[in-house]
Design a binder for this molecule. Structure first.
Ligand SMILES: O=C(O)CCC(=O)C(=O)O
Ligand SMILES: [Fe+2]
Length: 266
């Protein structure tokens, strides 16, 4: 801890120190917990800006999104997270999968050291992106999400569909872009930071495949038509939004992820 405090005081970024700890043999979630314990959230008056957020002011247990009543199943403050049920019908889930199938390829994540994308061994799913409004179901879902999270449709990235077979997983990561990474500057020019994520479960999974938040030891078990929302007002580990997809043990996991930006994503 003392070493970490010295390094942080010398100006080394938490992400860099995290890598050093991994090299030294620390388990990722313990390295993360040590970093969270050693740093203070930076007060950031610039982002008392609005955030995507469902209206739970009346302690509502369901939310009318126009054509559907979405259930509120669980909510917590830190990390800011809400679990929804009944966001999509079974038929809508199946249609999203069927339309995505032809375009599925091994998932790529953003290459952090240079421009472009690279195959990432931390992510063993396969996936594709829909453009906004690409199919009738995509358009309908995007309109529901905009109402549910009270966030402009234009601030959303295209939906990403991922599928995981047994053994496939997505190791813990943050969805925001690390401002210190060289590749982030170009990404942030379009739409700014990511401030929220909605992971939508398109299938049930027989075993494994939970969405896991190691810092709070929270597991969301996949359930067809459900969705988990979490948000992060700044790209900081203090948001406790480190998360991953546990390995699928049995069956196939399908999800659609909607990332929300702070500004229009054009
Ligand atoms: O597979 C999961 O449950 C998590 C997916 C995820 O973290 C993402 O799409 O950013
Ligand atoms: Fe993620």
């Amino acid at each position: 801890m003392q070493w970490l405090q010295t390094q942080l005081a010398a100006g080394h970024a938490p992400a860099t120190l995290h890598k050093s700890l991994l090299k030294a043999g620390w388990a990722p979630h313990i390295a993360q917990a040590a970093l969270v314990a050693c740093t203070q959230p930076t007060p950031n008056p610039a982002r008392i800006a609005p955030m995507p957020e469902p209206d739970l002011s009346q302690h509502s247990n369901q939310i009318d999104v126009g054509d559907r009543q979405v259930q509120v199943l669980l909510s917590m403050q830190k990390p800011r997270l809400v679990l929804f049920g009944n966001l999509l019908s079974d038929t809508e889930c199946e249609q999203l999968i069927a339309d995505a199938r032809p375009a599925m390829a091994r998932s790529r994540t953003v290459a952090t050291q240079a421009h472009g994308e690279e195959i990432n061994p931390d992510r063993t799913s396969s996936g594709m992106f829909y453009t906004r409004g690409q199919t009738p179901v995509v358009a309908l879902l995007e309109a529901r999400i905009a109402k549910l999270l009270r966030w402009p449709l234009e601030n959303g990235e295209g939906l990403q569909v991922l599928s995981y077979r047994p053994g496939a997983e997505y190791k813990p990561h943050h969805d925001y872009f690390n401002p210190q990474e060289p590749s982030s500057a170009a990404i942030l020019q379009h739409g700014g930071q990511r401030v929220g994520t909605l992971v939508i479960y398109l299938s049930d999974v027989a075993a494994g495949g939970c969405t896991f938040f190691p810092e709070s030891q929270l597991r969301i078990h996949p359930c067809k038509g459900h969705a988990v929302f979490f948000s992060y007002p700044s790209p900081e580990i203090h948001t406790l939004t480190l998360h991953g997809g546990d390995p699928v043990l049995q069956g196939e996991k399908w999800i659609a992820t909607k990332w929300l930006r702070e500004a229009p994503f054009l």
